[in-house]
Design a protein. Structure first.
Length: 236
């Protein structure tokens, strides 16, 4: 069991590097706000809960479902039909419209004094959403699940090992939280500066991502109709 614990600890730290790039700045912004403790704990809890639940599903055999739908996804990616291409154009158009509407909204003041604090519910939802977005980088997670299954533990012991893994997974974010609590004067200025940076440039970055993704989806669909798909495919 000690050997498994050490293996899970190492894999979890490696796995957390896939989440740090997309979760670091939002957490820093929350820690630089007016309600850092409750907001940060809610944010970290959102990450922990979603990632733990996904691990439970994998332990219960959801990976078999992925194996079943895998061929369909591969076929859709490499040989989409007309209906799927039309749906892709609709999705791309919706992304463009959403990005355009967001760009028309009034700018939020970059002043930390006038900005509304992030509510616990919003922080939790943000953490959970970012975890879903970052699930693409969860390859080490599958390795950890495999190690737990190989250990042939009881159900409760497997759940304990999974919870331990996810505690280590969110450990880097919890360290930042402790830094804000234990060294408030030294860290507040840093987190505050990051918060202002995100408030100033976060909206243009998000809007740009929606618009670029929408254009790519539409262009790829049109390319399929013309015989020149934009996104790379494997020849079946």
């Amino acid at each position: 069991m000690i050997g498994l614990t050490l293996i899970l600890f190492g894999i979890a730290l490696v796995d957390s590097t896939s989440m740090i790039p997309i979760g670091l700045f939002p957490l820093a912004a929350i820690l630089g706000g007016r309600r850092p403790v409750l907001g940060a704990l809610s944010f970290i809890s959102g990450i922990f809960l979603v990632y733990t639940l996904s691990g439970v599903l994998l332990l219960l055999g959801l990976d078999l479902v992925f194996e079943m739908i895998g061929p369909s996804i591969s076929r859709w990616w490499n040989q989409p039909n007309i209906a799927e291409l039309g749906l892709q154009i609709v999705v791309g158009t919706l992304l463009l419209v959403y990005g355009w509407r967001q760009s028309r909204l009034p700018e939020i003041s970059a002043s930390s004094d006038s900005a509304e604090p992030v509510s616990p519910v919003r922080a939790f939802t943000l953490g959970a959403s970012l975890t879903v977005i970052g699930i693409y980088g969860a390859v080490p997670y599958f390795g950890a699940i495999e190690q737990i299954l190989k250990a042939d533990l009881s159900f409760m012991a497997s759940m304990g090992a999974l919870i331990f893994y996810n505690i280590v997974f969110v450990l880097p974010f919890f360290v930042l939280f402790l830094l804000r609590i234990l060294k408030p004067n030294q860290s507040k200025s840093i987190f505050g500066a990051i918060s202002l940076l995100i408030k100033r440039w976060g909206k243009p970055a998000i809007v740009s991502c929606f618009i670029i993704l929408g254009i790519l989806l539409i262009a790829d669909s049109i390319g399929w109709f013309l015989g020149y798909p934009l996104l790379p495919v494997n020849q079946l």
